[in-house]
Design a protein around this ligand. Sequence first.
Ligand code: ADP
Ligand code: MG
Length: 255
Amino acid sequence: MAEAALATNGLTHDFGAFRALDDVSITVQRGTITGLIGPNGAGKSTLFHAITGGLRPDAGQVTLGDQTITGLSPDRLFARGLAHTFQIPKPFARMTVLENLMLAPLAQTGERLFGSFLRRGAVRAQERAIRDRALEVLDFMTLAHLADHPAGKISGGQMKLVELARVLMGDPEVILLDEPAAGVNPSLTGTLIEKIEELNRRGKTFFIIEHDMDFVMRHCDPIIALAQGQVIFEGTAQQAQNDPQLLEAYLGAPV
Ligand code: ADP
Ligand code: MG
């Protein structure tokens, strides 16, 4: 029996008079790489923000496993194992790639105890552990050679990989990626897919917004489609290719 890693029920959100999410109920099963597609302006990023705490939905619930998480802040969700990358990463440009990873919001006793003279040794040990973890994650993502580069000086494609590395710092169970392959060259996209699939084999669940249909059809299963804030399709890649409503949504609106 499949088990829901993440689900929304009746999620609705308005921007002024404009309904960006209209009664969205979806389920992301544990262990899947679920794709989220839809024409530009369909509400995909808004759905991600409503799930990950970037905006508070006007109605509806979000559940992570069997817990209701509606309206929790991104940091609290990160601590509970739900992480997301941004469509446009916002690194601290003058800090190194390694330092950026070390800033990921972990459940750091070091941070809570920071300044406590008595616990200085413990803080130092923790900082070392965080640095080791960051180096390990960079190594896994084949980014070790960029550890000491200023984050503002690497390519957009490398930044997308660093963005995934950043969320891996917390060892999340469910990872939402907003257009991870957009603007990334084929070689780095290959690395990205390889890492996503390896993490998925290790048990991580992915929910991925992606415009690149080839990427979605080959690597995501199942696929969910949104148009004008509503779910218009849920099914396999093969079903997606033969779904008249989905074709119409794409032909009827600029992709
Ligand atoms: P997608 O990611 O599917 O391309 P978005 O979720 O970014 O679409 O946007 C869905 C719709 O909501 C678009 O029409 C967009 O202009 C609108 N929208 C998104 N964010 C805001 C906002 N902060 N204020 C007003 N309108 C917004
Ligand atoms: Mg978007």
